[in-house]
Design a protein around this ligand. Structure first.
Ligand SMILES: Nc1ncnc2c1ncn2[C@@H]1O[C@H](COP(=O)(O)OP(=O)(O)OP(=O)(O)O)[C@@H](O)[C@H]1O
Ligand SMILES: [Mg+2]
Length: 424
């Protein structure tokens, strides 16, 4: 990999990253990782003796985001990763590599005395881990380098650390030094896409179009903003609802949100010959509106009959994670099913991105889903506490949609056409 000469904020942040904590935040693809890794390489080369650590949410993401680029930058001679032992040899120094995706992760570093740490996507680490990590950086001259994309304004990293930086190079390139006695020995560098001249305008336009609403503000504009208002901001029935389905190349899944007192909502998702994802049909049972509640056995029977009558054989049946008993029933009836991936915000972001790029459309007959989508909203109380989650009301169809889209992404992703660029 050829590293082009650094310019502007890249140079300045490289020069100013000499605090105990050095954090780059901001837009995706804005060169935070490259600049921070260059700084990390310089640090590793000159750091006092002592153990070093590199941290990511999982070892897999760390490998993809950080270790592979490091090997590309330095070559196998100077950077070698031994996956089995979780050790990286960088310029002759051994570095521990750990994933920190849950509250137990801090056990992995308890008792260590570190001289340096590199953190990938800091906002995704548990706060407990980060706090423990700071206590571990106990050798004189110890430093931490890390990157993050923005999250909510009440996120622990924003309130507890970034807002208390002694030095801040802001989005506009203005340098602020804090005279607050509470300021931390922390230098913060806020990047935007424009700070990375190594991206083509076409690429910038494509990336920008994939993120909509909340994610546009956070991941493109680099703002730590609240999740508020409607979830699917780009939803427009005139664009997203089709009166007729095209020929469907593959019916990918039947996905469902189970309910007994709440509605039971099932959707059929397929990829059209036009390279778009379609919600083709919906089946819904609302025990409050219809003729009373159904047993699991009745649900299973009616659902399977519905699919059979449509003449569709979906490749997967995706069932919401809270419906263990219903999965057992399906199994008893000879229907294998897959547990839905329930990463709520990731699932929503994926659906939002598909709507924004015109690659997910809904058949007009899915009336209840079409009714739910525009009313689906972020929960303001949760946002105030630093947590992103939607209000749990009239979310049955939208949940089924999120489960189906998120869980089968490996199948539809390569089948979809290129994003359609929309005016902002
Ligand atoms: N100086 C440079 N020379 C060559 N390529 C560069 C340089 N700086 C950045 N790039 C390229 O720009 C792209 C984005 O950079 P990088 O991965 O560092 O961004 P990021 O801010 O960490 O993004 P994300 O938030 O998505 O992790 C990468 O493909 C990287 O290789
Ligand atoms: Mg990065």
């Amino acid at each position: 990999m050829i590293i082009n000469p650094l310019v502007g904020k890249q140079v300045e942040s490289f020069r100013l990253a000499d605090a105990r904590l050095n954090l780059w935040d901001g837009s995706v693809r804005s060169s935070k990782t490259i600049i921070s890794l260059l700084k990390w390489i310089e640090f590793v080369r000159t750091a006092p003796a002592g153990p070093l650590l590199m941290v990511g949410k999982t070892e897999r993401t760390l490998r993809r985001n950080i270790i592979d680029p490091l090997v590309e930058m330095l070559g196998e001679q100077r950077c070698r990763y031994v996956a089995g032992t979780g050790e990286l040899f960088l310029l002759g120094r051994k570095i521990y590599v750990v994933g920190a995706n849950d509250e137990r992760a801090q056990e992995k570093i308890r008792g260590l005395s570190l001289v340096g740490a590199y953190c990938d996507e800091v906002s995704t680490l548990p706060e407990s881990f980060f706090v423990m990590l700071l206590t571990r950086l106990s050798i004189p001259g110890a430093r931490l380098f890390g990157t993050t994309n923005p999250d909510g304004p009440q996120h622990w990293l924003k309130v507890g650390y970034l807002d208390r930086a002694a030095l801040h190079l802001d989005i506009h390139g203005q340098l602020h030094r804090s005279d607050n006695p509470d300021a931390l020995n922390l230098h913060r560098f806020s990047f935007q896409l424009a700070d990375n001249p190594n991206l083509s305008p076409d690429y910038v336009a494509a990336v920008s179009s994939e993120f909509t609403g909340l994610w546009h503000r956070r991941l493109i504009l680099g703002e730590w903003c609240l999740a508020e208002g409607v979830v699917y901001e780009s939803w427009d029935p005139a664009r997203h609802v089709v009166a007729e389905l095209p020929a469907i190349a593959r019916w990918i899944c039947l996905s469902l949100d189970y309910g007994t007192t709440n509605p039971f909502h099932a959707l059929l998702l397929g990829v059209g010959v036009d390279g778009r994802l379609y919600v083709g049909h919906e089946w819904r049972w609302d025990s409050k509106k219809q003729r009373g509640s159904l047993t699991d056995a009745e649900y299973s029977e009616r659902l399977r009959a519905w699919v059979t009558d449509l003449g569709i054989r979906p490749e997967y049946t995706i069932v919401d994670p809270s419906a263990a008993s219903f999965r057992v029933q399906l199994h008893r009836d000879g229907q294998t099913s897959t547990l839905a991936d329930n990463e709520v915000v990731d699932g929503i972001r994926q659906v939002a991105s598909l709507f924004a790029t015109g690659r997910l459309l809904v058949h007009a007959e899915c009336r209840e889903l079409i009714r739910e989508i525009p009313a689906y909203a972020w929960d303001p109380d949760a946002s105030e506490k630093g947590e992103d989650k939607p209000i749990k009301v009239a979310d049955h169809g939208v949940d089924a949609l999120r489960y189906g889209v998120r869980t089968t992404r490996a199948i539809w992703e390569p089948m979809l056409r290129e994003p359609v660029l929309l005016a902002a």
